[in-house]
Design a protein around this ligand. Structure first.
Ligand SMILES: CC/C=C\CCC/C=C/C(=O)SCCNC(=O)CCNC(=O)[C@H](O)C(C)(C)COP(=O)(O)OP(=O)(O)OC[C@H]1O[C@@H](n2cnc3c(N)ncnc32)[C@H](O)[C@@H]1OP(=O)(O)O
Length: 302
């Protein structure tokens, strides 16, 4: 099985970095996220980046409709956007949000984990690991402005940020609901949750596959602030000011001090974790459970 799938190689083969943004943003100058004028948006088909270099941050909008499920291509585009902002000294922070109404992210793309071959599963899992590692350890301040429902892998992405603002809508529940699908959140999903809400809350949440509505998410510490829906981005921007006022090197080293031990656990066992995922997801019983879950999602419409 080819485990040595390079995300950078994958990246190069999938898309040219900074393709022109399709859809409404293509080729026109939009007001920058922080209100500055004349700054051109950039991005890729599934990720729109609205930079405000004068204010030192960019808004990264996920737009992989209908539900921002984290397909291999989407993961790759998120990574490219992050890399681009990290390598530009003008940027110190990112606000991560969704461009899909009512949905932050439905988590990992079930189609990537269903009916594919082991090589694909390995490649996909490596990209999921990479996304977590890169967001979790980013030297930038990353704040998520969660403007929709946010399940499993999508919740992991938000938990990897430094601060979370959630829109106050009872439909916008978030959590690691893997057990509801008959699958298991891997140890690094679990560690990220434990680091955020503590062991007891994480234990109960993970076993029961709980999705917390805003008031409960706030109460258990899964998010840091709940605000009216139309204020999610402005609240994230206001919060950013406090983070950007701290000397960058001190904040970055402190972040690393807090997070490196958790990331190192995966870095040490990365290939074993991929093999474990491939074995698990390839099982007939797991494939069947995923198909049944997908079928239920489709049936709820009829
Ligand atoms: C050893 C370790 C082993 C394994 C570890 C694996 C870890 C896994 C992590 C994950 O992230 S698994 C994914 C978990 N996600 C979910 O449970 C969310 C599922 N989705 C929903 O609950 C809903 O779709 C919704 C997000 C609440 C949105 O509801 P809405 O009514 O607005 O949309 P609808 O359900 O009709 O969906 C539209 C469309 O999208 C398809 N869909 C939804 N979620 C996914 C997904 N995660 N992956 C792929 N496709 C998804 C859904 O089937 C519909 O498709 P259709 O239009 O063709 O019917």
């Amino acid at each position: 099985m080819a485990l040595a799938v390079g995300i950078r190689g994958l990246t190069r083969s999938l898309l040219r970095p900074w393709v022109r943004v399709p859809g409404p943003a293509r080729g026109r100058t939009e007001p920058a996220a922080g209100g500055g004028d004349g700054v051109r948006c950039f991005g890729s088909p599934r990720v729109l980046v609205e930079p405000d270099p004068a204010a030192g941050f960019a808004v990264m909008k996920m737009r992989n409709p209908p539900v921002n499920s984290l397909s291999l291509e989407f993961l790759t585009e998120l990574l490219i956007s992050l890399e681009k902002l990290e390598s530009d000294k003008a940027f110190h922070a990112i606000i991560l949000t969704s461009d899909c109404p009512g949905i932050f992210s439905a988590g990992l793309d079930l189609m990537e984990m269903c009916g594919r071959d082991p090589t694909h599963y390995a490649e996909y899992w490596k990209a999921v690991q990479e996304l977590w590692l890169r967001f979790y350890l980013s030297h930038l301040v990353v704040i998520s402005a969660i403007n929709g429902v946010n399940a499993a892998g999508g919740c992991l992405l938000a938990l990897s940020c430094d601060y979370r603002v959630l829109a106050d809508n009872p439909k916008y529940a978030m959590g690691l609901n893997e057990t509801l699908l008959g699958i298991i959140a891997p140890f690094w999903f679990k560690d990220t949750l434990v680091n955020t809400v503590g062991h007891r809350t994480a234990e109960r949440a993970l076993q029961l596959g709980l999705l917390f509505p805003p008031a409960e998410a706030l109460q258990v510490g899964m998010v840091d602030k709940v605000v009216p829906e139309d204020q999610v981005l402005s609240a994230a921007r206001s919060e950013l000011a406090q983070w950007l006022a701290i000397p960058g090197h001190a904040r970055q080293l402190t972040k690393s001090l807090m997070r490196k031990p958790t990331a190192d656990r995966l870095l040490k066992e990365r290939d074993a974790d991929i093999q474990n995922f491939v074995r698990f997801i390839s099982r007939d019983a797991i494939q069947k459970a995923l198909r049944v879950y997908l079928e239920k999602l489709k049936q709820k419409k009829t």
